[in-house]
Design a protein around this ligand. Structure first.
Ligand SMILES: Nc1ncnc2c1ncn2[C@@H]1O[C@H](COP(=O)(O)OP(=O)(O)O)[C@@H](O)[C@H]1O
Ligand SMILES: [Mg+2]
Length: 237
């Protein structure tokens, strides 16, 4: 399998704050790659640097053999990368249907039915809630909507920023099961999480981000057994 996404020597700043230091990351086509790290480590900044909402200062981001660094966010969506952002950021006063349509803004055709069907097969509850205001959904349903909206652009690479944030352990399990299903449909996934246990469990490959630097990497199953990962990210158990 070839690399769908390759990041080399990426540096991102906010003013004088050096948020990402010489990041090297590769994502193989068809894999789930996860990135774990504490609050403030730079996880969201990495996804924003890839999606084009934050402009990196230097480095390379190669997607499917083409450089996308510095390109506008809308171009990057059209290339096949979609970000489901931290905190979901759904439009609460719009309906579920309208939120989903927003995700398909790069879609050229008029026929949304196959796109909707795919989302409904993963998240049947969204079909029931189709006409309802998104702000009235439960936290778990809003997360499903955020992921569903991201899928509406038919991405090759789906990036998820802390999809389990604020969800119960049971709902977190459900969301992770669905993420595995999305992978089985052929979508490559780059997932950012503070919930290290879940993130490492589903991962084909993982990276640990510490103060803006990659401090460790390996197979998810190997990192789950690593002493340092256990003491720093798995509550020492
Ligand atoms: N828009 C911003 N302006 C200035 N500093 C920011 C901004 N966003 C994030 N930061 C800072 O960059 C660092 C990394 O933040 P972030 O990527 O959000 O971390 P994480 O997602 O791992 O919690 C933190 O020190 C944070 O305070
Ligand atoms: Mg974050």
């Amino acid at each position: 399998m070839s690399m769908l996404l390759e990041i080399k020597g990426l540096n991102t700043f906010y003013g004088n704050l050096h948020a990402l230091w010489d990041i090297d990351i590769s994502v193989k086509e068809g894999n789930i790659v996860t990135l774990i790290g504490s609050n403030g480590a730079g996880k969201s900044t990495l996804l924003k640097s890839i999606s084009g909402t934050v402009r990196p200062r230097s480095g390379e981001i190669i997607f499917d053999g083409r450089s996308i660094i510095g390109k506008p966010a809308s171009y990057i969506v059209k290339e096949g990368i979609t970000l489901s952002p931290e905190g979901r950021q759904i439009f609460p006063r719009m309906s579920v249907e309208e939120n989903l349509r927003m995700g398909a803004y790069t879609h050229k055709g008029k026929d949304y039915s196959s796109l909707f069907d795919r989302v409904f097969s993963l998240f049947p509850i969204l079909k029931e809630r189709f006409g309802q205001q998104a702000g009235t959904l439960s936290g778990g349903e809003q997360q499903m909507l955020a992921i569903g909206r991201a899928l509406m652009s038919s991405p090759r690479l789906l990036m998820l920023d802390e999809p389990s944030l604020g969800l119960s352990p049971l709902l977190t399990e459900t969301i992770f099961q669905l993420i595995t299903e999305i992978k089985q449909q052929g979508v490559t996934i780059l997932l950012i999480e503070q919930n290290a246990y879940m993130a490492l469990s589903v991962a084909d490959y993982s990276y640990v981000l510490e103060n803006g630097r990659i401090s460790m990497e390996g197979k998810g199953s190997d990192l789950l057994e690593d002493e340092k990962v256990i003491s720093s990210y798995l509550g020492g158990v």
